[in-house]
Design a protein around this ligand. Sequence first.
Ligand code: NAI
Length: 395
Amino acid sequence: MIIQPKIRGFICTTAHPDGCAANVREQIAYVKARPPLANPPKKVLVIGASTGYGLASRIVPAFGGGAATVGVFFEKPGEENRTGSAGWYNSVAFEEAAGEAGLYARSFNGDAFSSEMKRQVIDAIKADLGQVDCVIYSLASPRRTDPDTGEVYKSVLKPIGAPYSQKNVNTDKAEVNSVTIEPANDDEIAQTVKVMGGEDWELWLGALADAGALAEGATTVAYSYIGPDLTWKIYTEGTIGMAKKHLEESAARLNAKFGAGTAHVSVNKALVTQASSAIPVVPLYISLLYRVMKEKGTHEGCIEQIARLFADHLAVPGGPSQLDEKDRIRIDDWEMEDDIQAAVADLWAKVDTENLRQISDFDGYQREFLRLFGFGLEGVNYEAEADPVRGLPSA
Ligand code: NAI
């Protein structure tokens, strides 16, 4: 079939298999062009491995350090007349490239929150690798089914305590408007913490350890975000922020259980991903941030961020140094530089529909968004027939 983007609000319902493969190959090439990691983990489990930060977290240890990787994700394979999801095609392309490079790679498609998935993955780790020495937790999900009770929890992106009004961009219409979001109630806050907090991260580590599949001295990292005060009400001080606070508490509990230095929260940069495009206000902030960081020459995407995370923190002898006052790794350091934030705040006050394309990198935002789904990649013929059915080599 001829595969074109079909955008519905903040998601694209189609994905191009060859475009996704080109995207993955670009990320691999970036990693291979860097110096190899000094002290890389050798057997890495990535939970949420198919897109965004998780995909980059699979590529970096594999191609920068020769690691065997096990990936877990929730994606849709393609059918004869319907495209699969981008994460499916990314994972197929990753496994193909890993195979060509002689690297072990195995993937599991299904619900990472379930006990059954944990059992399957751990069985495979025990059979094929024995143990893992690094676990990356990079899930972003709107819902979670509790593995014990079967109850379904839903996460919401809302402020807490009072309504929040802020500028926002309608990405379909390229219009800057104002959005008002009503505050979450207590139940919505609790449900968001259930989905996006650290409970499932702790369950994974516990299950791995109980099965003897976690190596002595293994490390684990989960991802968080802080950002500037203009997004605090919807992010850091909102429902998702409460979940991220819980994630930090989980890191402390994991360290108490498995030894100091086992678990880390890494605060990452705001980037265009499927998860972040669903958050109100954030796409406009990202459009301005990209503009300012590109001008300064410090812009990074997921692969650059995660390459830096491993090179400077996770793959250095002795483990991460330079943690912040709450023991977090900060690879959002360049985003949070004073001059960057001052320039963004200045542009934020001025941005409107008329000047959106002049003063922000909204065009770059839209290009990046399409690339998430494999569109707009160089060297891909989008007019040609493409087979949407692609199989995972390890399946
Ligand atoms: P993403 O949407 O690109 O990736 C989410 C991953 O989770 C995918 O691999 C997806 O298949 C997987 N997934 C979702 N539900 C699942 C389930 N039930 N079972 C198995 N896999 C499932 O998201 P992104 O942006 O890479 O987010 C990853 C983490 O990074 C999140 O914790 C997010 O809060 C954090 N983060 C994101 C930032 C951003 O700007 N995008 C900034 C800082 C942190």
